[in-house]
Ligand binder design. Sequence first.
Ligand SMILES: Nc1ncnc2c1ncn2[C@@H]1O[C@H](COP(=O)(O)OP(=O)(O)OP(=O)(O)O)[C@@H](O)[C@H]1O
Length: 267
Amino acid sequence: MLKIENVCVSYDKKNQVLNDICMTFDTNTPIGIIGANGSGKSTLFQTIVGLLKPTKGKIIFNEKELDYKKKSLTEFRKNVGMVFQEPEQQMFYSIVEDDVAFALKNLAVSEDEIARRMNKAFDLLDIQHLRNKPIQYLSYGQKKRVAIASVIVLETEWILLDEPTAGLDPAGRGHMIEIIKRLISENKKVILSSHDMDLMYEVCEYFYVIKQGSLILEGTKDKIFLDRELLLDAKLEQPWLVKMHQQLDIPLYKDEDSFYKNSRVGG
Ligand SMILES: Nc1ncnc2c1ncn2[C@@H]1O[C@H](COP(=O)(O)OP(=O)(O)OP(=O)(O)O)[C@@H](O)[C@H]1O
């Protein structure tokens, strides 16, 4: 179980960016963290993985409070991995393969095991052809996939993805959704943050809504997305499937595929 208890975070003494946040993640249900620009999502993710230390409150993993010692952080990060919003924030080497293997080498994982995990991740992300390429020549979408590969190879129980579809074209976005669904189907515990409400609606089942650093509501997909006023107050939009349901009185479909299969629009 991963738990955040009364967490407050500040980057300086004047402004508190996260205010008394409590969250408990204890199932395989994909979790969504939603909030407007600057509401604190990335700060929250960096706090959850121990990159930022809360000014108050604690992170608890499997009943144990994170103590921020190097050894505990190394152990913790074998269980909880994060993909940053900007892929370059987590790239250290110039060649794709070296970068993806970097953390595993630090953890003294055997060469055979590194090869096995990299192959699996490169297949999943469809980037086998990029493995010997210099990172600086990759497109933004390709860098995003490499960044995900470098977390997948850690085989953590939890994966946090900060804005996974930001900056991707429609094909890249579609592929990213497939990747996330595949991770979920492989029983990874996934926590996503995004402004892409259609993506969040399609992929996540339980949500936390953050407004100006405070948690204003948590609940199931229906509870959150049917509440138009709440979303407007948090400066967010309803997913298009929910808008269609509420404004045109069509059934509430859980994703685009079921909409096209079942509605008359699809024939
Ligand atoms: N390194 C930093 N130093 C000082 N302030 C920061 C730093 N990083 C973020 N902030 C501030 O903290 C607040 C929350 O930012 P954060 O990036 O966590 O929000 P976000 O919800 O992820 O935003 P976005 O959706 O735009 O990515 C913002 O006011 C931001 O300016």
